[in-house]
Design a protein around this ligand. Sequence first.
Ligand code: ZN
Length: 143
Amino acid sequence: MSTQTPTQPERCAICGCVLHRNGGYAHPTYEARSHATGHHLVAERFFGRSGNRAGESRDSIFSSCPWNSEHVSKVFCYECHEIMLHNPVLLTEDIDTFSEIVRARGFDEDIKPRDYNRIGGRIRLFHEIIAAGLKALSKTTPQ
Ligand SMILES: [Zn+2]
């Protein structure tokens, strides 16, 4: 009888599916849907780095992470990462309401300024909205 603890399978941080790293990422196959993929919770580009173009630099939106989560990443399945997280659904009324809040908070723009304070404000606001929605729904979701 083995005294070793069985290795837990790697799972998606959102849907919980068992992940694999057998190749075929982004191929249109059943297996590719559960391929493991890492994702920075706060985009590297916000700090002037390119996640997929090493060495390429751009202007930083944030000099330090507003959420103290720079470099933090999670592992997801292809579906949760590439299909869902990268393609949030925002309907016309959602955009209109977001734009109203952006204006109310003073993060709207006329001519693009040289600095990134207002886009930084919009990014922080967008996260605030997601966090508020999660908090509201987690209270009503059956456990
Ligand atoms: Zn998933």
